[in-house]
Every structure is written in C-alpha cells, then in structure tokens.
Design a protein around this ligand. Structure first.
Ligand code: MN
Length: 131
C-alpha cells in the first residue's frame, strides 16, 4: 500500500523534529517546509494527503497560506490541521474561517495528536492496526 504523505509547514526546528518523531513510527512519508511560500509550492508539487500548518510563520502566516491552498481547486480537498502555540479566544474561529479543517494547540498532546492524524488519514489507521 502506498504511504500517506504529510506536509509539515513549521518554522521551528524543534517542533519539526517533534513532528518527525511522532509521525515516523506510523510509516507516513513526511515532507517539511520552513515557511508558507515554500510550503504552498511543495503542496502543489507533491499533493500531500494532509498538511500540518503552523500558524505563526515568518513572512506569510499559516492562516493566509491555508486560505490560498483552499482557493486552489487542485489543493482545496487536502485536509489542513492548524497548529498554534497560543490558544487565544477567537483563534479557532479564525482558523475555521481561513479554511482549516482542524485546529490543535501546542504543546501537542501526543496521544490525541496521533489519533487525529489517523482519523483524518483513514487508511493509515487500518495500516497501523494490522501491524
Ligand atoms: Mn512558528
């Protein structure tokens, strides 16, 4: 079975390292971008199955990047999970209106994070269950 591809758009090295550590045992293909522009380019080239989008990025922020992805007919079906380090009132509403499918806050709860990813990627869950 083909591996599911997850694109992580995150400027912080440690957070990308954490994402890799969490996702690698699940046998996903992981792509990484350090800013919104290169993340959007990578999404266009690679058509990932899921995008993990940091909200606070240098230059273009993650919400703007999400709305660009969601306006692209070839990319808008890709689920985007917004990841933010501060949970301020109205943030999840902003994420939703930008087109984010889900919204999670740092620090990441490892168990619910993995469950969320498996749920979104459906087939990935079956793959893990077989092991
Ligand atoms: Mn950031």
């Amino acid at each position: 079975m083909e591996k599911k591809t997850i694109l992580v758009i995150e400027d912080n090295d440690l957070n990308r390292k954490l994402m890799r550590a969490l996702l690698r045992p699940e046998d996903f293909r992981i792509l990484e971008a350090e800013d919104a522009q290169s993340g959007i380019c990578m999404a266009r080239e690679q058509r990932p199955d899921l995008i993990l989008m940091d909200i606070q990025l240098p230059g273009m922020d993650g919400l703007t990047a999400t709305s660009i992805l969601k306006q692209d007919p070839l990319l808008k079906h890709i689920p985007v999970v917004a990841v933010t380090s501060y949970a301020m009132a109205g943030d999840s509403e902003k994420a939703r209106s930008a087109g984010c499918d889900r919204y999670i806050t740092k620090p990441i709860d490892i168990r619910s994070f993995k469950e969320l990813i498996r749920n979104i990627l459906g087939a990935g869950a079956a793959l893990v269950a077989e092991v």
